[in-house]
Design a protein around this ligand. Structure first.
Ligand code: URA
Length: 189
């Protein structure tokens, strides 16, 4: 396992796949490194690429609104992505790009040690839970694996395209809030 310092350096120097050639900035993390809760998205978009932070564009603003509305504290969560460089035109990352980048995410999980991982959308679900699952089928259901509570839900960008998903994602993230509170009460956090 790499230290934070070495991980950031290795990510910044990374040219394991072609995405490194077109990035403006590597996008590694935002939030608290001591958080009990980790959100994982797909990969940086235009704003994230420009600012070097995950979920700072329109989808990120919606995610922040949701987290604020449910009164998550800033030090309770950490945000990362499956791939750390922007896929051109915001296309879905290729399997080989995701596979080359996943060791960095695994290292982040080992360092943060979250109790809960939320998969935002089907790309995160695919690489963290099950390659063949469908987000519309498994969203909102807890999966307990390797000592983590994992919650698949929609990607916030999907809510921008389809308003009817808002209430469902709200319900999923409310479950996350409740789980976090019950884990805290049991003094596991
Ligand atoms: N979409 C993602 O999946 N991740 C980001 O960081 C931004 C948009």
């Amino acid at each position: 396992m790499l230290s934070w310092e070495q991980l950031i350096k290795d990510c910044s120097d990374c040219n394991r796949c072609n995405l490194g050639r077109t990035r403006s900035n590597i996008v590694i993390e935002r939030g608290s490194r001591n958080a009990p809760l980790m959100f994982v998205g797909e990969g940086p978009g235009e704003q994230e690429d420009l600012q070097g932070k995950p979920f700072v564009g329109p989808a990120g603003k919606l995610l922040d609104l949701l987290l604020d509305a449910l009164m998550f504290k800033k030090d309770e969560y950490y945000i990362a992505n499956i791939v750390k460089c922007r896929p051109p035109g915001n296309r879905v990352p290729l399997d080989e790009e995701a596979e080359k980048c996943l060791p960095f995410l695994r290292n982040q999980v080992l360092l943060v040690k979250p109790q809960i991982i939320v998969c935002l959308g089907s790309t995160a679900m695919k690489y963290i839970i099950d390659r063949d699952a469908r987000i519309t089928k498994i969203r909102g259901q807890w999966i307990e694996r390797k000592g983590f509570w994992i919650m698949p839900t929609f990607h916030p960008a999907a809510l921008l395209r389809d308003e009817s998903k808002k209430v469902l994602m709200w319900e999923d993230i409310k479950k996350v809030k409740n789980k976090l509170e019950s884990l805290c009460q049991n003094r596991k956090i």
